[in-house]
Design a protein around this ligand. Structure first.
Ligand code: PMV
Length: 350
């Protein structure tokens, strides 16, 4: 198969500080604004090669490999996604696509991979289409476009295209914010946040019982939905002010409230579901006790799963490592954890 063009992009996962949970009508339009730290060590690496089409039919020709092996389940998902965006990407009609993807983190680590995977794919597609168009967008427009298409693949993926801190969802609090794509936000925060560490404590690597797609849709009938969307706006505003001044206590209290609200909403959905495990709660208690005893700014957040994301500035990393090893490691599945930190955003690899 003759390869015509190929690009490889590495794109990171992210961890939300103010959570996106619930969609408005429309295509992947969030019910409230969200903001996240971009990670560094947890990433997807995706290469997209354009090859000559095998047939003259209008069908999109795609082969998808994950970790070197053909993966039909992912291929079908991506094919559906490509069908929905083909009018914006003539290359999907004109070439066959050979896609290889890998994750830096183990597949069964309980770390959501859709944000890194969809952002890497969107970066690669936008890059290839731009090369074919022979018309270069400005860097700002290019990332906006990549964020827009990453969002259509997975909402939170829209935030993975920027370094350090990214915000998604229209809000009066931020000029230039939008529902269709995320925007970078790192310039307006205290530099201490650039040094933030994110240690992921794996309480369980089992696959989620309820997908985030179902979780979002259950917000439609959640009796607390309206109060939640008001709270998210307020938390975003207060979080940004804490991040501007470097108020680590206020920052920490808000992110913990956001994590527990997210899980509270799950518990109050109909049907109700619980994604935390006894190990999650044991670790939360110990983190709060450690903070009380040491006065160190160590706070947690949670994704849609049982794993703890511990957040703290680099300058206290040594003390926190001791605490993790002596108090938290025993609650992790096979003592598994991933040491990550705030990162620089996607990059083209080859
Ligand atoms: O992007 P999705 O549809 O997988 O939703 C992600 C939802 C959370 O991770 C729980 C929160 C967030 O804002 O990332």
């Amino acid at each position: 198969m003759k390869e015509i063009k190929k690009v490889t992009w590495r794109s990171p996962s992210n961890i939300a500080l103010v959570k996106y949970w619930g969609k408005k009508s429309g295509v992947q339009i969030p019910s409230n604004p969200s903001i996240s730290f971009t990670l560094e060590n947890c990433y997807s690496e995706t290469s997209v090669a354009l090859v000559e089409k095998e047939s003259k039919s209008k069908a999109i020709e795609l082969r998808f490999y994950f970790d070197g092996k053909a993966n039909l389940a992912f291929q079908l998902k991506i094919l559906k996604f490509f069908e929905s965006i083909r009018k914006d990407f003539p290359l999907l009609n004109n070439y066959g696509l050979l896609i290889h993807s890998t994750n830096s983190f183990p597949h069964s680590s309980g770390i959501a991979s859709s944000a890194s995977a969809m952002s890497a794919l969107a970066m690669a597609l936008c890059d290839l289409q731009e090369q074919l168009n022979k018309k270069k967008l400005t860097a700002v427009k290019f990332l906006q476009r990549a964020s827009h298409f990453a969002r259509l693949g997975s909402g939170s993926a829209s935030r993975s295209v920027y370094p350090i801190l990214a915000q998604w969802g229209k809000t009066k609090t931020i000029k230039g914010s939008a529902d269709e794509y995320a925007i970078p936000y790192s310039e307006k925060v205290n530099k201490i946040f650039y040094s933030y560490q994110n240690t992921i404590l794996i309480a369980s690597s089992a696959e989620k019982k309820v997908s985030s797609r179902v979780g979002h849709s259950l917000m439609k009938t959640n009796p607390f939905a309206k109060a939640r969307y008001t709270q998210a706006e307020k938390n975003l505003k207060e979080l940004l002010s804490a991040m501007k001044t470097g108020d680590l206590e206020k920052f920490g209290n808000i992110i913990e409230e956001e994590a527990l609200t997210l899980h509270g909403l799950m518990m109050n959905s109909s049907p109700s579901f619980i994604l935390m495990s006894p190990a999650t709660l044991a670790m939360i208690e110990k983190i709060r006790k450690f903070r009380e005893d040491t006065k160190l700014p160590v706070y947690f957040t949670l994704d849609a799963g049982p794993n703890i994301h511990l957040l703290y500035p680099k300058k206290i990393a040594e003390k926190v490592k001791k605490f993790i090893d002596t108090e938290l490691a025993q609650h992790c599945e096979n003592k598994r954890m991933i040491f990550d930190q705030v990162g620089k955003g996607p990059k083209r690899v080859k």
